[in-house]
Design a protein around this ligand. Structure first.
Ligand code: PLP
Length: 382
């Protein structure tokens, strides 16, 4: 057994980020400024999208996306029960009503047929999540959106590198939102970014993310002298600091190298775990690119002899940190109480939420670390 604990989702921080953060500290420009702007440019270039707005989290970005689409009380947004609570909370904070559609049990992404049957006259938007980095069925979702005049907000927290039929995730719908939280594929500690092809939406997101103040209010303290500002709307405080962007602007430069590293670990897991009674991640179509954010296995007690929670405990005892992405949203108390949701109404999400487990898949893992994970999984099952 390994002697140190393998922490799940550890980021890889290297010298360029460290130097850039030091530069921030030395120049004493900590808040939103030139490094945030540079990080936005680099992400926009990587994603091939004209507008990117750096924020302090993906949650903030999902909320702002709902705000700039002018969702009103009573408006419904259809999303997936196989997501982090932040997706739901963002919709609620915008004053809208979240509505769940079940997932496809193979892709674990929102099922377009289920979306169709959740549509009502009050539906205004769909918020698909590219789960684990696998692209949602965007052709079907965009066709539904066109047919029913709905907006589409892509939750790309897992999908920095994801592509769907030649299009990059986050540039297909009206808005896409990335996360740079510490466990995501590239990190700023806390951080997020809104992507859009629509200049008006981008401008409004930028403004609403900084109190609703008139454009470029962050420049009001710079060396061109004091500038008066106006406040156009009641906004939020969601801007990214240069201290955060200093990390992200170098992380994005290595995103493809790290994707290839995770692909090797993924392949190693697929081969080494193939003979076990676990269900491994499903294959994806050749015209899609998987973001390889989460390597999820399904631990079915009837086939494996142990439950998912037993497996979690066993891995922990063998010094391997694992994750659960996710218990289905209706299993969480506040949503049951507030919206009357029952997980039985989303049987695919319910079943997967009870048996899914995510193995470490960080570019920081050495081959030995990956072999330790494999050995621990095998030992848990014997
Ligand atoms: C991590 C995550 C979020 C929230 O991201 P933050 O940057 O931590 O706010 C939202 N949706 C999904 C699917 C996530 O995994």
């Amino acid at each position: 057994m390994r002697d140190s604990y393998l922490v799940f989702g550890q980021p890889l921080i290297e010298q360029p980020e460290i130097d850039e953060v030091l530069d921030c500290l030395k120049t004493a420009w900590l808040g939103t400024g030139p490094k945030s702007a540079e990080f936005e440019r680099r992400i926009a270039t990587y994603k091939g999208v004209p507008h990117a707005v750096a924020l302090n989290s993906c949650t903030a970005g999902l909320h702002l996306a709902c705000v700039v689409l002018d969702l009103k009380p009573g408006d419904e947004v259809i999303t997936t029960p196989m997501t982090f609570c932040a997706s739901i909370n963002a919709i609620v904070h915008a004053g809208a009503q979240p509505v769940l559609a079940d997932i496809d049990p193979i892709t674990m992404n929102i099922d377009p047929a289920s979306v169709l049957s959740a549509i009502t006259p009050r539906t205004r938007a769909i918020m698909p999540v590219h789960f684990a980095g696998r692209a949602c069925d965007m052709d079907a979702l965009m066709a539904i959106a066109r047919q029913h005049n709905l907006k589409v907000i892509e939750d790309c927290a897992h999908a920095i590198e994801t592509e769907y039929k030649g299009q990059k995730a986050g540039t297909i719908g009206d808005l896409g939102v990335l996360s740079f939280y510490s466990t995501k594929n590239i990190v700023t500690g806390e951080g997020g970014m809104v992507l859009t092809r629509d200049e008006a939406l981008a401008k409004r997101a930028k403004m609403m993310g900084l109190h609703g103040m008139s454009a470029d209010a962050w420049k009001r303290f710079d060396d061109e002298g004091y500038m008066h500002y106006d406040v156009e709307e009641i906004g939020f405080k969601y801007n990214m600091m240069d201290l955060q962007a200093a990390i992200g602007m170098h992380q994005i430069e290595r995103v493809e190298k790290w994707w290839r590293r995770r692909q090797m670990i993924w392949q190693r897991y697929m081969e080494a775990l193939a003979d076990l009674p676990l269900q491994l991640p499903a294959k994806w179509p050749d015209d899609e690119r998987h973001g390889l954010h989460l390597f999820t296995v399904q631990v079915d007690k009837r086939r494996c002899g142990i439950s998912r929670d037993d497996m979690l405990m066993s891995l922990h005892q063998q010094n391997i940190g694992a994750g659960v992405h996710y218990q289905a949203i209706p299993e969480l108390r506040v949503y049951r109480e507030r919206f009357g949701w029952n997980s039985d109404d989303y049987p695919n999400a319910k079943a997967i939420g009870k048996c899914t487990l995510s193995l470490p898949l960080s570019p920081k893992l050495s081959d030995e670390d990956a072999d330790d994970v494999i050995a621990a999984v095998r030992s848990a099952l014997t």
